[in-house]
Design a protein around this ligand. Structure first.
Ligand code: FES
Length: 124
């Protein structure tokens, strides 16, 4: 028997805006500890091996930050806090149910376009 694949990957945006830049970002002094908080929680719950958390840069939803994306499922959670992370790990990662009230609004997360469609928009 081989090493099992993860059931989930958790992508946490770790982008901060440069000093003085008037742009929202996922990592501010108030939210800087959320990645470590989530990683510790996943370890304490014994699920880190099957639901690893990965640091990413900007995913273009900065105004809704702090954000994290869970795959499979394309589930984008926004406005993260420690309390929200606790529920997401308990209900989504362990329980298998999306926490709908923390998911990004459809207006900011419309259906994906295929790479072929994207190429057409660039005249390719
Ligand atoms: S800074 Fe996190 S989505 Fe842009």
């Amino acid at each position: 028997m081989g090493i099992p694949q993860p059931a989930f990957y958790i992508f946490k945006c770790e982008q901060s805006a440069p000093p003085g830049m008037p742009k929202p970002s996922c990592v501010t002094p108030d939210s800087a500890g959320l990645f470590q908080y989530a990683a510790k929680k996943l370890m304490m719950e014994g699920v880190m091996m099957t639901a690893p958390i990965v640091r990413t840069s900007c995913m273009n939803r900065c105004a809704q930050g702090p954000i994290m994306l869970i795959e499979p499922g394309h589930t984008m959670y926004v406005g993260l806090t420690e309390e929200k992370i606790d529920r997401i790990i308990a209900e989504h990662i362990i329980g298998g149910n999306v926490v709908s009230e923390y998911v990004i609004d459809d207006e900011f997360w419309d259906a994906p376009i295929t790479p072929a469609e994207a190429r057409k928009q660039f005249g390719k």
